[in-house]
Design a protein around this ligand. Structure first.
Ligand SMILES: [Zn+2]
Length: 289
């Protein structure tokens, strides 16, 4: 599932390949990936220019301006689990599960949205609607300040793994990078955020930034579906140290990496480098992946 580094690469790709271009027509083949009215989606996008691209957490907002003085609209893109947004030649073969086509100004290229599992969403919003959606998210995990991060951990009792993945507290981390950051900071995934020492909390803050920055630079992680705007996979997969490395030796201490389920999600960690604290959050949730 795309997390901050993958989504950031798509946002960078949009800036590189689509900024300043106009959407001349929109074709929707599967309305399930459009949030709200499809007719309204088409009518608010057609004729508008992509004038700015921003990202908070896993959400991309593209500002769409018109020439006739109307207020801007925003295209909100969420890739969900298997969403792909690419700039493709108009006459390129159409891959299965391609649901939306946005033809760009010269008619030779188009933005295509492809999503096998259809958890991704495209949405057209006014500025007020966009602010409401973005306002529900915590600060972006690549930009959150040390003071905010440390304060948000205070008094929290759930598992730190779930805390890291709560988009309302810090936005952008999912299963992969939460596991990797906890390994970097040597913190057990069931530790309670409020009981982590200040020193360790600071290590975690730095680990989050380090892991995300490195993953962004390498184009993110591709297991099967994620690709950037040009259709290329990310190169961070072989840099992962614990995620989906169950049973393999830890790179630091050679103990076997373990997998447990925390908050319904698989968590991978080294039992030696990330010892279990005396007091932990309760394990719950039946689902693992
Ligand atoms: Zn270890």
């Amino acid at each position: 599932m795309p997390e901050l580094p993958e989504v950031e690469n798509v946002a960078q790709g949009l800036r590189r390949r689509a900024l300043g271009r106009r959407i001349v027509s929109v074709e929707i083949r599967h309305t399930a990936v459009i949030a709200g009215s499809s007719e309204e989606f088409v009518s608010t996008l057609e004729g508008r220019k992509l004038s700015n691209v921003s990202r908070t957490g896993k959400a991309i907002a593209v500002e769409l301006t018109s020439d006739n003085g109307l207020p801007p609209h925003f295209l909100l893109v969420r890739l969900g689990m298997t969403g792909q947004l690419t700039v493709t030649p108009h006459d390129a073969p159409i891959e299965p599960h391609t649901h939306v086509f946005m033809l760009l100004d010269d008619g030779r290229e188009e933005l295509r949205f492809r999503d096998a599992r259809r958890f991704g969403r495209l949405r057209s919003l006014t500025l007020a609607e966009l602010e409401k959606v973005m306002g529900a998210l915590g600060p972006d995990a690549q930009k959150v300040t040390e003071a905010h991060f440390l304060a948000a951990m205070k008094c929290r009792k759930g598992a730190i793994k779930s805390w890291l993945m709560n988009q309302n507290l810090v936005a952008g981390l999912g299963n992969i990078y939460a596991d990797e950051a906890l390994f970097e900071a040597r913190i057990h995934p069931l530790s309670q955020p409020g009981r982590v020492s200040n020193d360790k909390a600071l290590l975690l803050y730095k680990a989050v930034r380090k892991v995300l920055d490195r993953a962004v630079a390498l184009g993110g992680t591709t297991f099967s579906d994620y690709m950037d705007i040009e259709g290329r996979p990310g190169a961070f997969l072989n840099k992962l140290k614990v995620y989906q490395h169950t049973g393999e030796p830890c790179r630091r201490c050679k103990h076997a990496i373990r997998r447990i389920v925390v908050g319904g999600r698989s968590s991978h960690f080294c039992p030696h480098c990330q010892p279990k604290p005396r007091v932990t959050a309760k394990m719950r949730g039946p689902r693992g992946d």
